[in-house]
Structures are given as C-alpha cells and as structure tokens.
Write a protein that binds this ligand. Structure first.
Ligand SMILES: [Zn+2]
Length: 333
C-alpha cells in the first residue's frame, strides 16, 4: 500500500474542521469537452469536536435513490450543535453514474461496488474507490452505505449487515441494523463479495451496515421515509447525534446459503407469481419465464429452492438468461 502514489482526488472540505462544510471531492478528468476538467463529487462534512466519525454514502450505484434523497436532505438540515464528532456525507459516491442514472459509470463502465480497493492510477471509478479505501475509511468508525435494487431489481425494504468472522463486530453490526429500524433487517449473504465497499470496510475492521430499500430505478414515499428515519437512528445509536433512537418493530431475515438465489436460465418475459414480502414454500413457483419468439411454448418455471419470504425480484418485464430472478430469505424468530 505504501508504494502507491497519492490519490489524485483533492477534497475542497477539511475533514478536521468544526462546523458545516459543503464542497466536493475533486477528481481531475481530462476529456474532449474539458481539457483540465474534473469530476466534482458533492461532499458535506458536519463536525463538532471530538467523537466518532460516521461515513454516510449513497449513489454507490447510480440508479438507486433512497440514499441520495435521505443524504442530500440530511446534509442540508443537520445542525452541528446536535452533533458530537464528525458526519461525512457523500450522497452520490459514483457521481458520473448517478448523473447518468445508471448502475455503472458512463465514463469507464466501472461498477464502483466491484472496484475496491481501487487504484490511484486506474480508471475514474477505480480512483474513487481508492480514495474511499485509503482516505475516508481509515478515519471512519461507522459506515452506512445505502443501496436499493436499481433498475433491474426490487427489494422488500431492509437494512443489513454481514455475517463476519469477528463475532464482536458482527454483533455491533446487527445492533446498528436494529437501530436503523427498517421493516426488515437482514443477515446478508453476497453472491460475489470481491471488490465491494462493504468488504473493504470489513477487512479494515470497520463497523459497516448497508440497505436494500426498494428498487426499479426509482423510490417510493415509504422507502424514502425509512431511509430518512434510519440514517438519523444510526447516528443516534452511534452517539453522534443526541436523542433516543426512534425504534420501529423489525422482522429479521437470514440468507443462509446460495439456495436463496434463483437465476433465469432462459430469455423471455417474466411473470411474477409471488409478490415481495409474501411467504413461500420450497418448490413453489416464484416466477414463470415465457418464451416470446413463437407461440405454443410452455413457460419455464422458477421454483423456490427453500421456504421463506420473497425478499427480492427481477424488476423489468423482460428477463435474460443469467439474471437474478428472485431471492428468498428465511424468517428469523
Ligand atoms: Zn446498489
């Protein structure tokens, strides 16, 4: 690590200064329409003396909106007098992707959440990852990274932390998830954890929680309310914002194995047979994929590989072989 060159990103805020600062992570990006131009990633620091540091992020994927809606709002409204410590808010981490309304960056097709630890001399997306890896995560005590399903998935709204080898940190993660108070709370399993922001933070021994709050490339009134309440609750839970956590009853879910996931094996038109949040039995048909190239073809059925609750589904009406069609989670307690 020490042999890496410094990050090219220059913040226009001082992370150690008290008060409210609205500025940018300025990332030089030379291109046709701006020879000495930059990507300007909006960043807010709200600090009041010594205390823990929270890193609050949205827009890691550019087509997910609950996090950015809650975090632009928080940056505008959080009074430093209510804060003990530091709140760093980056509401649109992969800002080029966020501006394009796409999961990945239009500049380099980079998926920020598969680009960690990043590179200071890599693509624009890798440079963003590297800055979080080497500059922001080390000064963080608790990180909350908002996600939802984006254009291609939809979720029951949940806050999540991962099963971790360090059981003390794992318990702290689940406590923070409980404090967030989404209707559902998830012990989350990843399909592919390599390169994720989550993994980078956890390997550094940081407390890290995330969300999946909806999807379909938009937001809903309910899911945005959950995000706004959740972020304040996490700051209260961490002792950074004063006041009691506004607890709402949450139902815990677990993703015990890869059997949770069902993938499409055909292209076609998907028919959802179960709605989000409904209970399902092992073997039950979750969705049917209809062949559209000709008439007279029986649909292909996607069946639940375990009993539980439908936690996520493919969103658009058309599906391709390999797409994640459904996710079943197990009810805990
Ligand atoms: Zn995401």
């Amino acid at each position: 690590m020490s042999s890496l060159r410094p990050s090219p990103i220059a913040p226009t805020v001082d992370f150690d200064r008290d008060g409210v600062q609205h500025g940018f992570l300025r990332l030089p990006y030379s291109r046709d329409d701006s020879a000495w131009g930059s990507v300007m990633i909006p960043t807010c620091v709200i600090r009041n003396g010594k205390g823990p540091t929270a890193l609050l992020t949205g827009g890691n994927h550019g087509d997910e909106y609950e996090g950015p809606l809650a975090l632009y709002d928080l940056a505008r409204t959080l009074d430093p007098k209510e804060v003990s410590g530091t709140v760093i808010i980056v509401p649109a981490m992969n800002y080029p992707a966020f501006r394009a309304g796409t999961r990945t960056s239009p500049i380099d097709k980079g998926n920020l959440n598969r680009s960690f630890p990043g590179r200071p001399d890599g693509t624009v997306t890798e440079k963003i990852a590297d800055y979080f890896q080497r500059e922001l995560l080390p000064r963080t005590d608790i990180a909350l990274d908002f996600h939802s399903g984006g254009r291609t998935l939809d979720f029951v709204p949940f806050c999540a932390a991962h099963i971790r080898p360090d059981k003390v940190l794992e318990a702290k993660g689940f406590d923070a998830v409980e404090a967030f108070s989404a209707p559902w709370s998830m012990k989350m399993l990843e399909i592919d954890a390599v390169g994720m922001f989550d993994t980078a933070a956890e390997e550094m021994g940081k407390l890290f929680i995330t969300t999946e709050l909806g999807g379909g490339g938009t937001s809903r009134a309910e899911t945005v309310r959950i995000a706004r309440r959740g972020v304040l609750n996490v700051l209260r839970h961490a002792g950074i914002v004063s006041g009691a956590v506004e607890k709402v009853r949450t139902q815990w879910l677990d993703m015990p194995s890869g059997e949770c996931f069902s993938f499409a094996e055909d292209d076609g038109m998907i028919e959802t047979m179960v709605d989000l949040g409904e209970k399902v039995e092992e073997g039950q048909v979750l969705a049917r994929i209809h062949s559209v190239g000709r008439t007279g073809v029986a649909p292909h059925e996607i069946r639940a590989r375990m009993s539980g609750l439908l936690a996520a589904r493919h969103f658009p009406g058309l599906v391709k072989a390999g797409d994640c069609a459904a996710v079943v989670a197990v009810l805990v307690g």
